[in-house]
Design a protein around this ligand. Structure first.
Ligand SMILES: [Zn+2]
Length: 318
């Protein structure tokens, strides 16, 4: 693992404001934040040097576009109000160009952010940049204003530019969302009903959007290239009390998981892998207590009904 060669200044974060290593997780995404102030990269870094601050980010971009390194990418910064997300992400703080309003950032900072995100994606082999999946932002995880309305309004632009630089924009200029799994929490003929539900869910920390289709206002929570991530979000919403389904899967999530024998995950966040091997890539982490459905065993792993694997011993038959 390495750090970005785009860094202009290094201000190492104080011990106690970050965690060594990544607790067994891999870097899977970049998380965006704003400083909620007009600071240089050095000034931002000094905040994370205050002992007991209990917060940090891997990188920060100052108002002048200079990039600061605070926490080695090898280590976990405390940025996203979500432990799993912290472990899996490289976080970037952006300096605002002025304070208040929609908390804008300058084009210089925006362009530097695009360069830095592209560099992180390249070095960590994160593939195509997908908003809400491997490019995430603080307010996806908690009811914070961070990274501000201005940065949130630029997410599609950032994703597009990053993919352009990665050479992965096959159909730039048009929507390339056809292969994404969307989690739909409701469809309404009246816009205000869709707005109400979207705001209610957003206030509980889940990012939502409303699309109009077939004369209906549809409330959706996330768009995922990976089916399992969509199923995770679907289960999360269900646990929050919101019925939902994933268009395109043509089955409710309940319908998805009825094959196989029910097991309950018996430890915190074991890895669900793409194949029956400890070296296979990690598809997701399973929360303790999750019910999984097992269709067989292979090489010391339980094979789940969606084709993923969990090491035997990490779940008990219900
Ligand atoms: Zn933040």
């Amino acid at each position: 693992m390495s750090n970005s060669s785009l860094v202009n200044t290094t201000v190492w974060c104080a011990e106690g404001n970050y965690t060594h290593g990544r607790s067994g997780r891999n870097i899977e995404m970049v998380a965006l934040h704003h400083i909620a102030g007009v600071l240089s990269a050095e000034q931002c870094g000094r905040i994370f040097q205050q002992s007991g601050r209990g917060a940090s980010a891997n990188y920060g971009i100052g108002y002048d576009g200079k990039i600061g390194l605070y926490v080695d990418e090898y280590n976990t910064a405390w940025a996203n109000s979500n432990w799993d997300s912290n472990c899996k992400s490289v976080s970037i703080e952006l300096s605002n160009s002025s304070v208040g309003g929609d908390y804008p950032v300058s084009d210089t900072v925006l362009n530097k952010a695009i360069d830095l995100i592209t560099d992180i994606f390249k070095r960590n082999n994160l593939g195509k940049c997908v908003k809400g999946q491997n490019l995430v932002w603080h307010s996806m995880y908690s009811s914070t204003y961070c990274p501000g309305d201005y940065v949130r309004s630029k997410l599609d632009y950032i994703v597009n530019k990053v993919n352009e630089k990665l050479g992965l924009n096959s159909n730039s200029g048009t929507s390339s969302n056809d292969n994404l799994y969307r989690v739909q929490a409701g469809a309404f003929s009246k816009k205000e009903n869709a707005d109400n539900l979207a705001n209610e869910i957003k206030n509980k920390g889940v990012d939502t959007c409303i699309i109009t289709e077939d004369g209906l206002y549809k409330v959706q929570c996330g768009a995922y290239a990976n089916k399992n991530n969509a199923i995770n979000m679907s289960n999360k919403l269900k646990n929050m009390g919101y019925d939902n389904f994933i268009p395109g899967l043509n089955l409710s999530v309940e319908g998805q998981v009825q094959n196989g024998v029910a097991y309950r995950v018996n430890c915190d966040y074991p890895n669900i892998r793409s194949a029956a091997s400890l070296t296979a890539s990690v598809v997701r982490l399973a929360p303790r207590g999750e019910i999984i459905y097992v269709v067989g065993t292979e090489n010391g792993f339980l094979k789940l009904n969606d084709g993923t694997y969990l090491k035997e011993g990490f779940a008990d038959k219900v």
